[in-house]
Design a protein around this ligand. Structure first.
Ligand code: SAM
Length: 285
């Protein structure tokens, strides 16, 4: 996505190259996505701490909307015995990959505490009420009108327990609301984030993820998204229109030495004119 999340210092080779085939031909795009874009350990730290701060207790049941490979849900059930998770995604192929490669690596007890549903996230009544529902890596930006986004937020609201919390991420800044390319070196490959065809009149943008390998081979458009760039005030207003009582924006602090984000997110009503920012927004039922 626009900026790689901070990785924990864990080195995992992306893949080995069998003779005769290019690295791109033997690569697994879902594995590369997880390595390049996600850091589920720090994401679950944030989710767990945020719920505790808001509700004064630990969440038990997490719902992961747009779960893709369900990497986040798997980390949740690994985190504490008793934690349960539901992942929801429309795409059977990505769910199958997640079942095989992520759920398949859980212990039997952990696996018994996670279910994956092939459903539209806007469908109501499909899963047990969640303490916390997460929709990460900006996936809700596929909803391009206020009515569609409100419809999704209302479904998220309906899917929560009475004291539930809905947590999403958002990004923006002058370097984000435009066509752009951003390159990030990962272990064994390069991850490219491309935004193109930005239309400032309706906010629509096309985004692509490409991967490049040391042997010169590439996977172009490994993943593509058609999104609308939503502003934070719009997101918060629509969350309130969908029934949430309160919204909290978590703004990232700054590392004094590097001037970069320090991966510490605190509630704030006063952001800075940063050219590129990522925040979390909690919507409280
Ligand atoms: C950006 S990817 C997954 C992001 C993942 N949550 C993460 O944190 O990296 C978006 C996913 O949303 C799914 N998706 C798109 N529209 C959906 C919908 N209306 N209901 C359920 N899943 C949807 C796609 O199949 C895709 O797997």
């Amino acid at each position: 996505m626009p900026r790689k999340r901070k990785k924990l210092p864990k080195k995992r080779p992306a893949q080995k190259k069998p003779a005769g085939k290019s690295m791109a031909e033997t690569a697994d795009r879902h594995r590369l996505y997880q390595l390049a874009v996600q850091c589920v350990e720090s994401e679950i730290d944030m989710v767990d701490d945020t719920y505790k701060e808001i509700r004064g207790r630990r969440a038990v049941h997490l719902r992961e909307d747009f779960c893709g490979t369900a990497n986040t849900g798997c980390e949740w059930v690994r985190r504490r015995d008793g934690n349960t998770a539901t992942g929801v995604d429309l795409d059977e192929d990505v769910l199958d990959w997640g079942r095989r490669e992520n759920l398949g690596k859980l212990s039997e007890a952990q696996r018994s505490r996670i279910e994956l549903l092939r459903k539209d996230v806007r469908e109501k009544g499909v899963a047990k009420p969640a303490d916390i529902t997460v929709a990460m890596n900006f996936s809700y930006m596929c909803f391009k009108t206020r009515d569609d986004l409100r419809g999704y937020f209302a479904a998220a609201h309906a899917g929560l327990a009475d004291d539930g919390v809905f947590l999403i991420d958002a990004y923006g800044g002058s370097e984000s609301w435009c066509d752009t390319r951003e390159k990030t070196k990962c272990d064994g490959f390069t991850y490219l984030w491309e935004q193109c065809n930005f239309n400032p009149i309706n906010g629509h943008i096309n985004c692509h993820i490409h991967f490049r390998f040391p042997d010169g081979s590439k996977i172009r458009r490994a993943f593509s998204y058609e999104w609308r760039m939503w502003t934070l005030p719009e997101i918060r207003e629509i969350m309130h229109e969908a029934g949430f009582a309160k919204t909290i924006v978590y703004w990232e602090g700054t590392d004094e030495e590097t001037g970069e984000g320090n991966d510490i997110y605190e509630p704030s009503e006063a952001g800075e004119d940063d050219p590129s920012w990522i925040v979390y927004v909690a919507a409280v039922k």
